[in-house]
Design a protein around this ligand. Structure first.
Ligand SMILES: [Zn+2]
Ligand SMILES: [Zn+2]
Length: 184
C-alpha cells in the first residue's frame, strides 16, 4: 500500500514509543530479578522476530494472494514508500505476541512483545536503508543491501530474511547477491 510520508515514517516513532511504554509499565519500581526475566523474554522476542520476518515474507507475502497483492506493489516500485500503514503492524504484533503471553504475566509479555517490536523496527530500518542508502562495502548494512537486492532482482526466488540471512540458510533459500548493486 502506498503511504504518505507521515504514515510510512510513523512506525519509526511509534515503535520505540510502544517499547518504552511497555518496558516502563513492566519495570517501574521492580527489582533486578524482574529486570532479568524481562531481558530474557526480550531477547527471545527479538530472536523470534527473525523467524517471523522470514515466515511472513516467504509464506504470506510471496504465497497468499491477498498479501501478495500488497507486496507486489513494493516489488513493482521498490523505492516507493510502500508498506503496512503505521500503527497497524504494531497493533497486529502486540495482539499476536503480547496479549496471549499475558497468561504468563505482564513482565514476560512485555519483554517478549518489546523484543518482537524491536525486531520489527530493525527490519523497517534495514529494509528502508537497503533501498535508499548506498553503504560502503564491508559493513553489515552493505551485506543486508546486497542480499535484499538479490531478493528483488535475482531470477531465482530467495533471500526472504532482511535483518539476518540465518533462516535462509536453514531453509536453503539463500541466493547469491549480485556483484554489482543496481542503481537506486
Ligand atoms: Zn519480497
Ligand atoms: Zn524490498
Amino acid at each position: 500500500m502506498k503511504l504518505s510520508k507521515a504514515l510510512y515514517f510513523g512506525d519509526f516513532v511509534a515503535t520505540p514509543l510502544a517499547i518504552l511504554i511497555l518496558a516502563a509499565i513492566a519495570l517501574a519500581g521492580r527489582d533486578h530479578g524482574t529486570a532479568g526475566v524481562w531481558l530474557l523474554a526480550f531477547l527471545s522476542g527479538l530472536g523470534a522476530w527473525t523467524f517471523i520476518e522470514y515466515a511472513v515474507h516467504r509464506w504470506l507475502y510471496h504465497r497468499v494472494p491477498f498479501f501478495e497483492k500488497f507486496h507486489d506493489a513494493h516489488h513493482a516500485d521498490p523505492d516507493g514508500l510502500i508498506g503496512a500503514p503505521s500503527f497497524f503492524a504494531i497493533i497486529v504484533l502486540l495482539t499476536v505476541f503480547f496479549a496471549p503471553l499475558l497468561l504468563l504475566g505482564f513482565v514476560i509479555a512485555s519483554g517478549f512483545g518489546s523484543g518482537v517490536l524491536l525486531g520489527y523496527m530493525l527490519y523497517m530500518l534495514v529494509h528502508h536503508a537497503s533501498h535508499h542508502v548506498l553503504p560502503k562495502p564491508g559493513g553489515l548494512l552493505y551485506d543486508a543491501r546486497m542480499r535484499h537486492m538479490a531478493h528483488h532482482y535475482h531470477a531465482k526466488p530467495g533471500n526472504y530474511g532482511v535483518i539476518t540471512a540465518f533462516w535462509d540458510r536453514v531453509f536453503s533459500t539463500s541466493i547469491r547477491a549480485r556483484t554489482r548493486v543496481p542503481g537506486r
